[in-house]
Design a protein around this ligand. Structure first.
Ligand code: IMP
Length: 424
């Protein structure tokens, strides 16, 4: 029995979609853990590009169950669109299973997220405006609507009307928004319910069965550790738990069943939205990496902020997740740099520190201390064997592994499925 958890080690966008696809090859099933359509996972197979927001990347292995766990929040308009799109491209979704306990993103969640984001200055988070904060807030307040409710017309209407008594006052009185019409939502959402009904199947018995038979299960996280609601750069975070422990919360898998945690680390750092970013590059170098890495949001198209890899943050993230190994992604983006910098410590209030200050929000006050490594100035995208990588590329990889004290098991250097190098 093996449960492998894939966890993002940065602020999301580490390339988890491709890694999940790769690891699904060795798994019997995959389950998405948390987040909603704020995520965007890109997988390229035989020059065909798939951009998925809610359906687990594992769906591209059609014969394996691709499940959506309780911790995910589902916008029915988005998931039904994704299912149609996949089917039109010849991908069967027959093995998609959606937990009835996953919460539903309602139009008022999206409206509230949009309205709140208009606020200036300090209170602007830079969210994806997909209603993620408001839907998780309702879940915690026990005010949410779950996928199971959506399939029960009476229950759905009752909960929707109850929610709107509050939401419409908030939308109209506080934000000057026209509010939501219950009948319109009912019409729209009951149609989604009809489309989604065949996929609403409890993943728990399937998970139990796989584990009892000694099978392999892959838990696919979205976003990254630094966006965790508790352990990230609060308040500039998402509203779920993208850390490895989130895999237990979001799926019902026991922590004892997890035997491998794989951290996904991009060879440099990016973040979208507001929040501190000590190694951010606001110069031409940053622009160059952004262009070469295609660092524009899969979900919103926003340009991502770009910076050097930060091993102080990686030390912290490794503490939170306990990585067994790391997949280092997008190394090829650095192919033609003469020099690559890596942050190895912070100067903070006169001290040199190797772990971030307890309040991660304060990393904005830290000054990064860099170590420079020579670039390799050669294309690595078509290399299949670790030992064929240029010496300086191997030195960069080995430096990260040694400093962060975690083995690096694979190098991803390109979008395609085959562009994955096992580290010997
Ligand atoms: P929210 O999840 O839409 O509420 O956004 C909160 C913060 O998380 C913002 O900074 C977003 O840019 C960021 N975020 C959410 N999802 C992703 C993702 O999949 N990749 C990268 N950043 C994300």
């Amino acid at each position: 029995m093996t449960v492998t958890v894939i966890a993002g080690a940065q602020w999301g966008d580490e390339g988890k979609g491709k890694v999940t696809d790769y690891f699904t090859l060795k798994s019997d099933a995959v389950i998405r853990v948390q987040g909603g359509n704020n995520a965007g996972h890109t997988v390229v197979i035989d020059d065909e590009k798939y951009e998925l927001h809610l359906v687990p990347s594992g769906i591209l292995h059609e014969e394996k169950p691709a499940m959506i766990g309780d911790g995910v929040v589902i916008n029915p308009a988005v998931i039904t669109g994704e299912i149609k799109n996949l089917k039109s491209r010849g991908i069967s979704c027959a093995n998609l299973k959606i937990s009835p306990r996953a919460h539903v993103v309602m139009p008022y969640h999206v409206a509230l997220d949009e309205m709140r984001e208009v606020r200036p200055g300090k209170f602007h988070i830079g969210t994806t405006k997909r209603g993620i904060g408001p839907v998780y807030a309702d879940k915690a307040a026990r005010f949410g609507i779950r996928v199971g409710d959506l399939l029960d017309r009476g229950e759905f209407e009752l909960k929707l009307r109850h929610a709107l008594t509050e939401k419409n006052v908030l939308l109209r009185e506080v934000y000057g928004n026209p509010g939501c019409d219950p009948m319109r939502i009912m019409g729209e959402y009951l149609e989604y319910a009809r489309e989604l009904a065949p996929y609403v199947i409890d993943p728990l018995p399937i998970v139990r069965d796989i584990l009892q038979k000694g099978g392999n299960l892959l838990a696919e996280g979205a976003q990254g550790t630094l966006l965790d609601i508790d352990h990230g750069t609060y308040p500039y975070v998402t509203s779920s738990h993208p850390i490895a422990a989130g895999a237990c919360l979001g799926t019902g898998i026991s922590p004892r069943a997890i035997d491998r945690v794989v951290g996904i680390v991009k060879a440099y750092l990016t973040r979208v939205g507001e929040g501190p970013f000590p190694t951010e590059l606001t110069d031409e170098m940053g622009e160059d990496i952004r262009e070469k890495g295609g660092e524009f949001g899969t979900t919103t198209g926003r340009p991502r902020r770009v910076g050097w890899l930060d091993l102080v943050l990686l030390n912290y993230v490794n503490q939170i997740n306990g990585f067994d190994d790391i997949v280092l992604t997008k190394l090829d983006v650095l192919d033609d740099l003469d020099e690559i910098k890596v942050c190895v410590a912070y100067n903070f209030k006169g001290d040199r520190i190797k772990f971030p200050p307890g309040d991660l929000g304060r990393i904005g006050e830290c000054e990064p201390v860099y170590q420079s490594l020579p670039g390799w100035n050669a294309p690595i995208g078509e290399i299949a064997n670790y030992n064929d990588l240029p010496e300086n590329a191997r030195k960069y990889i080995e430096f990260i592994s040694k400093t962060a004290n975690v083995p690096i098991s694979h190098i991803a250097c390109g979008k395609k499925r085959r562009q994955m190098i096992p580290v010997e």
